[in-house]
Structures are given as C-alpha cells and as structure tokens.
Design a protein around this ligand. Structure first.
Ligand SMILES: Nc1ncnc2c1ncn2[C@@H]1O[C@H](COP(=O)(O)OP(=O)(O)OP(=O)(O)O)[C@@H](O)[C@H]1O
Ligand SMILES: [Mg+2]
Length: 357
C-alpha cells in the first residue's frame, strides 16, 4: 500500500504510515460536518449580500434542474462585483433570487438585512421598489417607450411618495451623474443603446437602493459602448455608494472590475481580485485568481488543472505547513515517501478503496 492509502471503510484523512495518527485525524466526512457546525456569526458579517448554501431546483416536466447547488456568496457594501460563467451556470437564477423575483428552494439569502426566503408579498414588493434596482440586458425592457429618459427615472419615485418637483430634480441629477443629461427629454427610441442603458442605471438608482443588480447590461452593445456603460456602473457604485453585482460575458470589461466571481455548475468556483488605483480604476491583468472555498471546506479545482494532471474521481491530499498538496489517485506524493510523518493525508477518497482495487 502506498503512503496515504486507506483501509476499507475508514475515513480518508489519515496520518502517514509509520506514524501514529494525530488525535484529531478526522475523515473528510467528519471535517465537513465540523465545518458545517462552525459558528455562523462570522460568515456574512458586515456584508450587504449573503448567500449561504443557496439551492434553486426547477421542476420541468417531472425532471429536476439544479440551477444553484449550494452557492455561498458574500458581497461587502459598496463593492462592484462582476459575475461570469458559462451559459446555464446559474447567473440569472441567482440575480432573480436576489432581486426578489424568485425564491430559492433551500439555503439562506439576505440582502441589506432582508431575509428573502421568508419575505412575504407586501414586504417583497417594497423590497423590489426600494432596496434593489435591476437592469436587464434588453435595452427595451428597462425603459417605458412612451416616456422620456427623465420621466422614466421619475416613475419608481412616484411609488414612494416623492413630490413631483423632487422627482424631476433627482432624475436630472442622476442622468447628469451617469453622463446622459443630454437625453433628459428624449424618448428611448431617440437614444443609442448605450445611452438607454445609462438611463436604465439612473432608473435603477432612482429610489436610492442599497443594491443594483444587472443581468448582461452590456450584452447588446459593442465593446467601446459596453466599457462606457460599465464605467457608469462604477460611478453608481463609487458616487452613490451602492453595491453592484453585474453579470457579464465580456471578459475585457470584467478585467476592469476589482472583484470577478465565476459561477460553475450553480456554485461560486473562482474569484479574481484586482487592486484599484487611486482613481478607482482597476489595473487589468494585475488580478490574482483564487479558488473559492465554501463553508463546508469544498472547492472546485479549475478545469485546466484537473485536465493537466488527469485528476478524476479521487485525489490524494497532503497537509504541508503552508499549503495543501493535491495528487492524482494513481501517483503517490513523492515527498510523502521521503519525509514520512510530515503530512496528514486524505485519499483515495471516502470509499476507502485500497490502491489497485
Ligand atoms: N424558469 C426555469 N425553468 C426551468 N429551468 C430553468 C429556468 N430558469 C433557468 N433554468 C435552468 O437553470 C439553469 C441555470 O439557468 P440560468 O438562466 O440561471 O443560467 P445563466 O448562467 O444565466 O445562463 P446564460 O448565460 O445563458 O444567461 C439552466 O440549466 C436553465 O436551463
Ligand atoms: Mg442568464
């Protein structure tokens, strides 16, 4: 048996052979359980968006589609975060839940202190009017075609008892902030796609929401216009102090956002963090990619890593002083043999299968 292989039926994480196992040598299942039992108070603390093991299952003709599979997410106030991921990975599902338009099947989700799982009709309506603003990909869906840009921005305020004069003043100042003051008295049909999306951001900001959600707001625009609309979102985040979560397919645009989250198979899988310059702009390419470790200690290895080493089904793990080694099931960790007893190992998986079986 090679170093780190396990007895049938035993747990996966064990001491190296020749060494008495540390008293806390748990199985992976036990580690997962312990992680789930960790005090929950630190998770999501101070965050405006908190998703804890969020699940959304659609039932289509008796078949379950798991759109979100235990997604964890924390977004701090005022953050501008881009959300990327393959088609069908769950981005719109997440945004629909956060906007109060859809409900999760399980898990916890709070936005600005509102529990979206238990929120009822009237509160939900108020939440959608006042706490979140939403921008759709289709420019035509964001603005009423028979109203001018300023009138469109005034509409959400009319539901919250703002006076006509105050509505007009706020609409003008929001359009100005977003660089489309010249469109104030124009109908959407008299505006470019980029101008319409900037006006749509003004509509989303009208009631001073805590959070703005945008689902592919630049999907119908060329790259230069998309960059302009993104800079309007950045302005919204910086000047209005609003938290912005934006889905985008545009990798170039996402490179200019301080935090880019990737969703894979209904979970957050990787995260790229970039340092903002003094002007709030982000240096593209200077980002560092992180894998997201969920609350139960799970992470998704990037596809190119697993393919490069042909990692499948099970991997061997070894705990080093400052990192964790991951090896294919078939290859025993070399350093483990050289330095027996240095590592705690996990492998070849919970089945406890012996090498060669
Ligand atoms: N209303 C629905 N009924 C049934 N299944 C749905 C529904 N909405 C989404 N799904 C399914 O859930 C999964 C996630 O869909 P979602 O729309 O969230 O993906 P997405 O990441 O937004 O994709 P895209 O980039 O194409 O917009 C997909 O498998 C999709 O088919
Ligand atoms: Mg979508």
């Amino acid at each position: 048996m090679t170093a780190g292989s396990t007895q049938p039926g035993s747990g996966a994480a064990r001491a190296a052979p020749g060494q008495a196992g540390p008293p806390d040598a748990d199985s992976l299942a036990e580690i997962e359980l312990a992680a789930a039992r960790r005090p929950v108070d630190t998770f999501g603390q101070g965050c405006v968006i908190v998703c804890n093991h969020l699940v959304r299952i659609y039932l289509v003709e008796g078949v379950e589609v798991q759109a979100l599979q235990g997604l964890d997410l924390e977004v701090a106030p005022g953050e501008l975060t881009a959300l990327i991921g393959a088609s069908g990975s769950g981005k719109s599902t997440l945004l629909n839940i956060l906007s109060g338009m859809d409900r999760p099947t399980a898990g916890q989700v709070t936005v600005a202190g509102h529990d979206l799982l238990t929120m009822k009709g009237k509160d939900r309506l108020q939440y959608r009017r006042e706490t979140v603003g939403f921008i759709w990909q289709q420019t035509s869906r964001n603005l009423l075609p028979y109203l001018t840009a300023a009138e469109n921005v005034a509409v959400p305020m009319s539901f919250t008892g703002v006076s006509r004069r105050a509505r007009a003043a706020r609409a003008a100042s929001l359009l100005e902030m977003l660089g489309v003051a010249s469109c104030r008295d124009r109908l959407p049909a008299e505006m470019s796609g980029g101008e319409q999306q900037c006006a749509a951001i003004a509509v989303a900001l009208a009631n001073n929401p805590k959070v703005v959600l945008a689902d592919e707001p630049t999907g119908e625009l060329d790259t230069a216009t998309a960059a302009h609309v993104f800079s309007a979102l950045r302005t919204a985040s910086a000047e209005a102090g609003v938290t912005v979560l934006v889905v985008t397919h545009d990798a170039e645009v996402a490179e200019h956002v301080a935090r880019t989250l990737a969703i894979r198979d209904g979970r957050t899988s990787t995260e790229v963090l970039r340092r903002a310059t003094a002007g709030g702009l982000v240096d593209a390419g200077a980002g560092e990619e992180y894998a997201v470790l969920d609350r139960a200690g799970r992470l998704q290895l990037p596809g190119e890593f697993t393919e490069a080493l042909a990692l499948r089904d099970r991997v061997r793990l070894a705990l080093e002083p400052d990192h964790i080694g991951v090896w294919p099931d078939t290859v025993p960790p070399a350093r483990d043999a050289e330095r027996p007893g240095r590592h705690r190992q996990a492998g070849p998986g919970r089945s406890g299968r012996r090498e060669g079986e």
